[in-house]
Design a protein around this ligand. Structure first.
Ligand code: NAI
Ligand code: OAA
Length: 318
């Protein structure tokens, strides 16, 4: 539902009610970027966290808190959701899969930041099943107008992404000690080390906070099955989807095509995403090195900017 478009002519639109799931680096940055809309009375914002008490001292003006946990002095997730027009997930792949399907099933639109959640076929089907609309943010990469157009025409055979990050940002609990030690020992000037090479589904399982972009790329290049169809698969990487089961199937095929390389680079002052897509449509090479997030230097700041843009689009605030 988009309140900006569902009101009687002549009366001012009521503020859109936005619920952030997760109030970490991205959620806080998005809340800050949307301050002008809050101050203009165009939207009201609430943020759900597991442990609200840990967030009280870092309040963002005009953002109420609610909880997915056991705090008793603020609205519960269900209470907050009942008073929401748009949920913006920026909590992680696991919470996206846990809460996202219930949001769209309740008929509420969902902006997905942890796009990696779509790599699980069951979760993807539920997220795309409606009646709430799924908006898949571009996140830390883009150029999806070009890549989507090429994929829509069947013009891409190979799609690759090489993501380079600082070694310590790639440490994961499942790594064996020697692997962790190798990453910790890397110093500027050392040769980069490839920590993963394969498909997006396996990549996101191993590195859920680092390769959402790879699943986002698969989403953007899923193509379409209905020439001149109903707008589904318009390739922009964001937008309402029709025909959820078909979209989920296209995505699965696209996930099989995308190849991912994740690299620990001690000289990667900024996270770097290099995309190469080739086929009958041509050869497309795109590289992204965005400024870091002001809240977390290991995350691309572009993600919060993309999410903010997606929120504005979903609410017709552009
Ligand atoms: N699409 C893209 O290009 C990108 C996507 N991401 C995704 O965005 C996610 C968030 O990123 P950051 O804000 O940097 O992480 P963060 O760790 O700073 O913030 C996540 C917040 O979500 C909260 N959270 C986790 N589980 C929750 C639950 N069940 N209920 C309520 N709150 C919960 C955490 O307490 C934390 O405050 C990442 O985990 C990743 O999946 C991140 C970067 C790029
Ligand atoms: O922030 C970035 O550079 C990308 C990222 O972590 C992800 O895609 O999960």
């Amino acid at each position: 539902m988009t309140p900006a478009t569902h009101h009687s002519p002549g009366t001012p639109a009521p503020p859109a009610r936005v619920l952030l799931l997760g109030f970490g680096a991205i959620g806080r940055h998005v809340a800050t970027l949307l301050a002008p809309e809050r101050e203009a009375g165009l939207l009201r914002m609430c943020a759900a966290e597991r442990d609200v008490s840990a967030h009280r001292e870092r309040a963002v003006p005009g953002v109420e808190l609610s909880t997915t946990g056991t705090d008793t002095d603020c609205p519960t997730w269900d209470e907050a959701l009942a008073a929401t027009d748009l949920v913006v997930e920026c909590a992680g792949v696991e919470p996206a899969g846990e809460y996202g399907p219930g949001v769209v099933a309740a008929g509420i639109d969902l902006v997905l930041t942890s796009v990696g959640a779509l790599a699980d076929p069951g979760t993807a089907r539920r997220l795309l099943a409606g009646p709430g609309r799924l908006w898949v943010t571009n996140g830390a990469i883009g150029g999806f107008d070009v890549l989507g157009a090429a994929a829509d025409s069947g013009g891409l055979d190979a799609v690759r992404i090489r993501t380079s990050k600082l070694p310590t940002s790639l440490l994961r609990p499942w790594m064996i000690e020697t692997e962790k030690a190798e990453l910790r020992a890397l110093r500027p000037g050392d040769e980069p080390v490839t920590v993963f090479s394969g498909g997006p589904a396996e990549a996101i399982e191993r590195f859920p906070a680092n390769v959402n972009v790879a699943v986002g790329l698969a989403w953007a290049t899923r193509g379409r099955t209905q020439p001149g169809g109903d707008g589904a698969g318009d390739g922009a990487g964001v937008g309402p989807q029709a025909g959820g089961a078909e979209e989920a199937e296209l995505l699965q095929r696209s996930l099989d095509r995308v190849r991912v390389e994740l690299v620990a680079d001690p000289d990667a002052g900024r996270s770097r995403h290099a995309i190469l897509a080739t086929g009958d449509a041509g050869r497309f090479e795109l590289t992204f090195e965005s400024a870091p997030s002001p809240e977390n230097p290991r995350t691309s700041g572009l993600t919060a900017l993309s999410v903010t843009r997606t929120v504005r689009e979903a609410l017709n605030l552009t």
